[in-house]
Design a binder for this molecule. Sequence first.
Ligand code: AMP
Length: 210
Amino acid sequence: MNVIFLGPPGAGKGTQAQRVSAALGIPQISTGDILRRAIADKTKTGLEAKSYIDAGQLVPDSVVIAIVEERLTMPDCANGYILDGFPRTVPQAEALAKLQSIDSVINLDVPDAHLVNRLSGRRVCIKCGATYHVSMLKDGADPCVACNDKLVQRDDDKEETVRSRLAVYHAQTAPLVAFYEKEGILHTIDGAQSMDTIYDAILKTLGVKP
Ligand code: AMP
């Protein structure tokens, strides 16, 4: 099953994709995670991507398309995958359509006002990538529940950058809703509901028993 998780930054794509990936036994492919790893490893791609990510802008299509093209040839994608954060532009969606056929697009719909609060309050474990919201933490120095490592705020989760990312989403990524609607594979789910309700709705949409 080849699935795309679509939605604005902070809609919960990563969290849901991780859970659904574990349930279905297919990989979650997050272009954001791949790019952040490339930046940490100081690769050529990482160096090229860094200034765009820090500014809340999209990394050029040619860079991300090449990343995804290579990733989809790996053996763990043979039975399907969940694309989390790709495609983000119409040219990316067109490039993907030439490579593979997509079965379902899950579109998580969340109003902007929720997203600014969610993202600017998000804290991420430096080791395992688990995410938390400051409202769940007792004080600023709480460690990760899963691995006891430090929680930090992603640079691009600072409020100014969050606003740029949302503007970029509306200008460049939101047109994909119409793109996939036309293909007849778009399923929109209210992403402001509880995480468990959203998860159940996604499984139902994909025809998977919980
Ligand atoms: P994410 O973790 O998905 O929010 O991605 C973080 C940042 O990585 C984005 O704000 C973009 O700068 C970059 N990025 C991730 N995926 C893509 C993509 N498909 N196209 C362009 N830039 C991307």
